[in-house]
Design a protein around this ligand. Structure first.
Ligand SMILES: [Zn+2]
Ligand SMILES: [Zn+2]
Length: 203
């Protein structure tokens, strides 16, 4: 795929101490207009990040909801899985649904997506604005040489304590303070972003 190779040349996989993830990279995180029309090759992966505009409801072909992509385009996502009603239970208005390697061939009856395997979709408990804000915060930490190295609270270097999301702390005291100050709301989202940073999307 020539298009993918061109973009790949300007894409750097992050490391433990460098956060390079760019949610505006439409090859990795395509909006509706940039979703590949072909199924993924073995070495290509992408993630369509959308925000739910409606709660799940029975729809033709399964259970689903309306979403908007990162550019604001709206389209339906339908779970056509054996346990569709159960699979979409946690998907609520204002949360994110991420679709792994979704292809445009999945559309019907209008432009939209059919999820056939529930493992290819997952929910994050925040909206698009929060996801983008947290990603920019990690970029800033990386640019200041703090990412993966400094305590998230007191900025002390060589912080060895690691949360499950890989956020660093100098010790339990700072970690507890951060948790009650709001990290409890952000941990799951940061965990996703920090793990996406390490993925070689075109390995
Ligand atoms: Zn600290
Ligand atoms: Zn955490």
């Amino acid at each position: 795929m020539a298009m993918v190779n061109t973009a790949a040349s300007s894409y750097t996989v992050g490391t433990k101490t460098r956060y390079t993830l760019n949610l505006d990279n439409v090859i990795i995180f395509p909006d509706n207009a940039n979703i590949p029309v072909h199924p993924p090759d073995e070495d290509e992966n992408w993630l369509i990040i959308t925000e739910l505009l409606s709660n799940p409801a029975p729809r033709p072909g399964g259970h689903g909801f309306l979403v908007k992509d990162q550019k604001g385009d709206r389209f339906p996502v339908i779970f056509n899985t054996p346990t569709a009603a159960r699979d979409v239970k946690a998907y609520k208005t204002g949360r994110l649904v991420c679709l792994l390697n979704g292809s445009i061939r999945d559309f019907m009856p209008q432009r939209g997506f059919i999820v056939k395997d529930r493992k290819t979709a997952f929910m994050l408990p925040c909206n698009l604005a929060t996801l983008r804000r947290l990603s920019l915060r990690l970029r800033g930490q990386s640019e200041r040489g703090e990412f993966g190295q400094c305590c998230n609270v007191c900025k002390k270097r060589d912080a060895l304590r690691s949360c499950r999301c890989k956020t660093r702390y100098c010790g339990l005291e700072c970690q507890r303070a951060d948790w009650s100050k709001g990290h409890s709301q952000e941990c799951k989202i940061l965990k996703a972003l920090i793990s996406w940073n390490r993925i070689d999307w075109w390995d």
